[in-house]
Write a protein that binds this ligand. Sequence first.
Ligand SMILES: Cc1ncc(COP(=O)(O)O)c(C=O)c1O
Length: 373
Amino acid sequence: MTAFSERVEQVSISGIREVFEAAGEGAINLGLGQPDFPTPDHARQAAIEAIESGKTDGYTTNKGTRELRAAISDKHARDNDLEISPENCIATSGGSEALHIAIEAHVDSGQEVLIPDPGFVSYEALTHLAGGEPVPIGLRGDLTMAPEDVERAITEDTAAFVVCSPANPTGAVQSPEDMREFARIADEYDVLCISDEVYEHIVFEGEHRSPMEFIEGDNVVVVNACSKSYSMTGWRLGWVVGSEDRIERMLRVHQYAQACASAPAQYAAEAALSGPQGIVGEMTTSFEQRRDLVLDGLEEMGLDVPTPQGAFYVMPRVPEGWVEAVIDRGVIVVPGEAFGERGAGHARISYATGEAELEEALDVMAGATEAVR
Ligand SMILES: Cc1ncc(COP(=O)(O)O)c(C=O)c1O
């Protein structure tokens, strides 16, 4: 009989999926990690024109079209004050593939990867798939990750640590001082910092800074995507940025696993990155209003809620049985333990949903809170 690899047996289908499947028809879905805005029209049009002109019928270069990588380079200059050569970037199939090739290219069997707990589900799974050992790092009371906790957890076996800011599932934003510290740790201990910046634009308080700005050597790779910034989750277009050597190694994985990112998506992404940026601010303003609405509602129920400063998630501490009671009443939220052991006792609520639905969902949550108290 064909056996399965030990690596794949260590991962399971995400707990988020299980919640969706448990929910009845007509449920309000606050479990989804995607903006409810349309993709900007100029991005859609760029893909249509590229398809109609036949430009998307063949493979692009492995790293992605020169024009897209130039747009990515310009984006880093504009938004992050970073000079990134188009050669030092690979266009990927979403941020997901960018994380995959970053971990695959840098983590040896048995090596450790430090990940936030609670943290985005892919970090643990991708580490296992690379044969590595995920090491969960607990978070501060405000749900940010303390650089000193990362520093303390580093051993001879540590290959990398993952920083995610603004974060899924917490909405927490690391301070510029923390980012400077993460860069120092990466330099000093010679470990790789994988900085997941897919929510970089969705910041309400504080500011997004990249550890890449502070690094002296080359121990940072940045993962980013059009998915959240331009409401393009279905297009599957992300990228990874790093030094020449690191890009060359990640390209080896990308070349064999993917060949190149989807060509139509590359044209759409180029237009999104280099066209008018208004949608980014509009979405952020709207998410901030929804954040305030949800935060007020949860606080009125008497729940303890660290104030999310970015992304579109909130992670209240909830009483035993709360998540089940909310789901039973027709609102999908995700149990905190889906994001790591220390997520237990929390729920992740995505508020990338219209205000009317959010208000309805808050009423349901208030009823569930009463019922389980
Ligand atoms: C923190 C984080 N990183 C990466 C991703 C992957 O994004 P993509 O849809 O571009 O693959 C997600 C998606 O939810 C995410 O929340």
